[in-house]
Write a new protein. Sequence first.
Length: 167
Amino acid sequence: MAQAIVYRQLTASAKSRLQLSRKLAERNVPEHVAEAVLDKFQAAGLIDDAEFAAMWVRSRAQSRKLARGALRRELADKGIDQEAADAALAQVSDSDEEEAARALVQRKLRPGTDLHDRAGRDKAARRLASMLARKGYQLSQAFRIVNEVLDGQFEDPDGDGLGSRYP
């Protein structure tokens, strides 16, 4: 029964050992049986927390544009040890993280936002920086990136290379 549960869980998607252990506990599998089954699956290479962490980081960094801080928290919640998490997070460089943040800000910048109006610009900057902070970016980094993007929008709002000086 425990093996069938683990097979079903792994068929649906990759899981960490802790996630599988929790699922077995939910199904009232005795702890000693669960550990024996998980050890067997791990020995066979079907459970690999390091590989799971690497895959999780690639997927979440690309699809959700999460910063390393948020990814680290997610990995910890899934029971990934510090060493495996560090190795997985090494896939995301500082430039990758900044590029993802810029793309998010540009995508989330509401069309028609009046960047000439200081109050409107400040409101947009706070909203965008908060969005980045929720995705795990440091607040200082978030505000810096938001301001750089907004400054670029102010200088060249329609992307035609003429800037705002020319109608």
